[in-house]
Design a protein around this ligand. Structure first.
Ligand code: SAM
Length: 330
């Protein structure tokens, strides 16, 4: 039996896996996708059983934290079955990233199925701006989804906002007040150069975490939170609130030295780094004959040697990685 620990060449332990369950999405966020996307044919996409098998084997190798993502995980048919199954694996943390559009009808079912936490993307509180950023999204549906998640009993809710200059940076104070009112955490993300887009110039739109903090500090003191979240965000707290404010800063603060994560795309490609192409085709292993769990685990262990030391995103918006975030699994 392989050892129950995933360690890379730089001594980092990998205990967090993000599994993409679909490349499809009902939104077309301008920083994430091109307007006219072609999605994968079904036979290239892992079945829910294959995704569950991967999850189970990662857990056998010491994974404590799994996040389901995409694409939009809630548009994958029968997603609740996968959540129910992975919910039995005894994870310390079992989370999902969603755009929130399906939460009005699904939040309660997800909670009952054993999901621990939700990250919900929210880039604007203005319905027209929200529509222009997501291209197809309806703000009210997402706001109702956030309420549905709270009503369902989810406690670890976090909002994710990708900040773009001239687009939604003016809304930062309002988003902070919204998070405080709803008692949910919020993270501000620097836009990453993943996939080629023509809708805006990523270099010009980049709003650094430092700039976002300066805006928030005009109204609130931000006190760094010492505890490591186990993810890429650095957290702060305001003196008069329990709400945490996170910053994901792939440009201005490289989080690679403590990286504990890998991703699996919905095609079964194990990506060792968000900002590099190093990967291993686990679908080939899964669909090989015969495939034993030992063989699968050995392929995962061997892949750790490919995990690069760090990524190098440049801040001029130049594309370095051709895959879009919906393919990567955010
Ligand atoms: N559909 C879900 C959602 O909207 O949250 C999950 C998938 S989405 C790809 C995951 C996260 O990645 C979202 O918070 C989204 O805002 C973020 N994201 C997508 N493209 C990005 C980019 N180029 N730079 C930074 N964040 C990005």
């Amino acid at each position: 039996m392989p050892q129950a620990k995933l360690t890379d060449r730089f001594g980092r332990t990998v205990n967090y896996v993000r599994l993409s369950v679909t490349d499809r999405c009902d939104f077309r966020c301008v920083y994430c996708m091109a307007e006219d996307m072609t999605f994968l044919p079904r036979q290239q996409v892992l079945t829910l059983e294959e995704i569950a098998r991967l999850a189970r084997n990662f857990v056998a190798l010491g994974t404590e934290k799994i996040r389901l993502t995409g694409g939009e995980p809630l548009v994958r048919k029968d997603i609740l079955e996968l959540v129910r199954e992975v919910g039995t694996y005894g994870l310390r943390d079992f989370a999902m990233t969603t755009n929130g559009s399906q939460l009005p009808t699904m939040a309660e079912k997800l909670h009952q199925a054993g999901l621990h936490r939700l990250n919900i993307s929210l880039d604007s509180l203005d319905s027209e701006k929200f529509r222009s950023i997501t291209r197809t999204g309806n703000l009210q549906q997402v706001l109702d989804g956030i309420d549905a998640a709270r009503d369902a009993g989810f406690r670890g809710i976090k909002l994710n906002t990708v900040v773009m200059k001239g687009r939604n940076d003016e809304e930062i104070p309002e988003l902070i007040e919204f998070a405080r009112r709803k008692q949910v955490d919020i993270s501000f993300i620097e836009e990453m150069p993943l996939g080629e887009i023509s809708e805006h110039d990523r270099g010009l739109a980049l709003c650094t975490s430092e700039e976002v903090r300066d805006i928030i500090r005009q109204r609130h003191e931000l006190i760094p939170v010492a505890k490591d979240s186990g993810g890429p965000a650095r957290y702060y707290q305001m003196p008069d609130s329990d709400v945490r404010v996170g910053f994901i800063s792939p440009h201005s603060h490289n989080f690679c030295s403590t990286c504990n994560r890998v991703r699996v795309t919905v095609e079964g490609r194990l990506l060792l780094c968000l900002g590099n192409e190093h990967s291993v085709d686990l679908r080939r292993v899964l669909r090989g004959n015969p495939v034993t769990d030992d063989k699968l685990q050995q392929a995962i262990i061997d892949a750790m040697d490919l995990k690069p030391e760090r990524h190098h995103f440049s801040s001029n918006g130049e594309v370095q990685i051709l895959r879009f975030m919906n393919m990567t699994g955010g």
